[in-house]
Design a binder for this molecule. Structure first.
Ligand code: PMP
Length: 412
C-alpha cells in the first residue's frame, strides 16, 4: 500500500526522547527495534527531562525543610519548576499550581476541594479518572457531535445550581478533540467552573487556560515525556485554600498545638504534605520549558504527518473497525479486528512484530463499550479494542510496521 505522505521521515519533533535504540527479540528469533505505539499510556522520557534530573541529583537535598545550601538550592529548583508549569498552562495571577502524583491524583484533589452543594457535570465517555472521583455527579450521555456536547451542558446547567463541569480536552480512546472552549463559554454564563482533563492533550497541543476557558487543568508528567511521578492541578486558589488539606502532615501544617489543634498553611503547600517529589517536578519543568520556548508548530506537523500515514494505512486494511478516524484528534487510533480478540491482536503485535500497543477498555469503559457495540452486532463484537498511539520518538517505520502487521493478522 503506498504511503499517503510524501517522503519517508516525518518532520522533526522538538523533543528528543530516550529509548529509540531499544531492541526486543521476537518469536522467530530476530532482534527488532522496539516500536513503542503506546505513548498515550506513558510516553518515553525526554532527553531534556533526563538531563535536568541528572544535573540536579548531585545536589539533591530536602525541599522546604533545611537551612543548608543544598536544601536552599533544591527548594529554589522546586519552586522554579512550579513557575515553569504555571507558564506552560498560562496561569492567571492568583492561580495555584499544586504538584500531585498524576492526573488521577489531581482530579481526586479537586473533588476533595469542591465546595459542598456543587454539582459536578461530566460526560459518561470520560476516562475513569474524571468519572469516579466526583461525589455529587451528573453523568451526561455521550454526545454525537461537538454542538450536542455544548447543548447538553447548557441544558443541564439550567437545571442545576452551583456547578463544576469536568471534561477532557482529548479522548484517550479515540484521540478526538472535545469542544472544551465552547463548553466553558456556556458554563461561565451560568457561573459554573470548568476543569479540563489535559492528560492526553498536554503532549500534543497547547494547554492554555484562557484559550480553553479552564478554571482548572490537570495533567500527568509521565504522559508528557517527564517520568519520575509528578502530576499537576493548576487553577483558581479559593476552593483550594478553603478546603481541608488533601494530605495531612508536615509541610501542610503551620502550627500544631499539644492538644492536636492544627492551623493549616495556605497556598499549594496546603495540599502537598510530606517531602515533595523534586525529581518529578524538575523533569516536568524541563519539558514544559522546552515546549514553551519552541511552541507547538513542529509538534503538530510531526504528529499530523504520522497520523495521516497511520490512518491511511489502517483504512486500507480489510474489515478493520476504526474508532475516531475522520475527526479532529491527537495521535491516537483505536480499532478492532473482527473475529479476533484484541488481546490476541496485541499479543501477536508484541510477540511477532516487536510492537507495543494497548488493548482493553482503556479505563473508559462506557465509551469503549459504546464504540464496540456501535461497530458490530453484539455477538460479533470483540469485547475490547486495540489502541495505537504516537508521539515524539515515533517513526514512519513504526507506523508502517504496525499497518503491515495488522494487515497480516487480519488477513488470516
Ligand atoms: N485522563 C485521561 C484522558 C487519561 O488518558 C488518563 C491516563 N490514561 C488519565 C486521565 C489518568 O492519568 P494518570 O494515570 O496519569 O493519573
Amino acid at each position: 500500500m503506498p504511503p499517503p505522505t510524501a517522503g519517508s521521515a516525518p518532520p522533526r519533533h522538538p523533543l528528543a526522547v530516550l529509548g529509540g535504540d531499544v531492541t526486543v527479540r521476537v518469536a522467530d528469533g530476530r532482534l527488532l527495534p522496539y516500536a513503542n505505539l503506546d505513548v498515550a499510556a506513558t510516553a518515553p522520557c525526554a532527553v531534556v527531562a533526563a538531563d535536568a534530573v541528572t544535573r540536579m541529583l548531585p545536589t539533591y537535598a530536602s525541599v522546604h525543610r533545611g537551612a543548608g545550601a543544598l536544601s536552599q538550592r533544591c527548594t529554589l529548583a522546586y519552586e522554579r519548576a512550579r513557575a515553569s508549569v504555571a507558564r506552560f498552562v498560562g496561569c492567571r495571577p492568583g492561580d495555584q499550581v499544586v504538584f500531585t502524583r498524576n492526573s488521577t491524583d489531581a482530579l481526586n484533589l479537586l473533588a476533595h476541594a469542591v465546595p459542598a452543594g456543587t454539582t459536578v457535570l461530566t460526560f459518561v465517555g470520560e476516562h475513569h479518572a474524571n468519572l469516579l472521583p466526583w461525589r455529587r455527579a451528573v453523568r451526561l450521555p455521550l454526545p454525537r457531535t461537538p454542538d450536542e456536547a455544548v447543548a447538553a451542558v447548557d441544558e443541564a446547567l439550567r437545571r442545576h445550581g452551583p456547578a463544576l463541569v469536568a471534561v477532557t480536552a482529548t479522548s484517550n480512546v479515540t484521540g478526538e478533540v472535545w469542544p472544551v472552549a465552547g463548553i466553558a463559554q456556556v458554563a461561565h454564563r451560568y457561573g459554573a467552573r470548568v476543569v479540563v482533563d489535559a492528560a492526553q492533550l498536554a503532549a500534543h497541543g497547547p494547554v492554555r487556560m484562557a484559550a480553553l476557558g479552564a478554571d482548572y487543568v490537570v495533567l500527568s508528567g509521565h504522559k508528557l515525556y517527564a517520568p519520575f511521578g509528578a502530576g499537576v492541578l493548576a487553577g483558581r486558589a479559593d476552593w483550594l485554600d478553603a478546603a481541608e488539606p488533601y494530605l495531612r502532615g508536615g509541610g501542610a501544617s503551620a502550627h500544631v498545638a499539644v492538644d492536636g489543634t492544627v492551623r493549616w498553611t495556605g497556598g499549594p503547600a496546603r495540599h502537598e504534605a510530606g517531602t515533595p517529589n523534586l525529581a518529578g517536578a524538575v523533569a516536568l519543568a524541563a519539558v514544559c520549558d522546552t515546549l514553551t520556548t519552541t511552541g507547538w508548530a513542529e509538534v503538530t506537523r510531526h504528529e499530523r504527518w504520522l497520523l495521516d500515514r497511520l490512518d491511511a494505512g489502517l483504512a486500507g486494511v480489510h474489515r478493520l473497525a476504526l474508532f475516531g478516524a475522520g475527526h479532529p484528534r491527537t495521535g491516537i487510533i483505536s480499532f478492532t479486528v473482527p473475529g479476533l480478540e484484541s488481546a490476541e491482536v496485541a499479543r501477536r503485535l508484541a510477540d511477532e512484530f516487536g510492537i507495543g500497543v494497548r488493548d482493553g477498555l482503556f479505563c473508559a469503559h462506557p465509551l469503549t463499550r459504546h464504540l464496540l457495540a456501535a461497530a458490530a452486532p453484539a455477538a460479533a463484537a470483540p469485547a475490547t479494542a486495540v489502541r495505537a498511539s504516537i508521539g515524539a520518538g515515533t517513526t514512519a517505520e513504526h507506523v508502517d510496521r504496525l499497518v503491515a502487521a495488522v494487515a497480516q493478522i487480519a488477513g488470516r
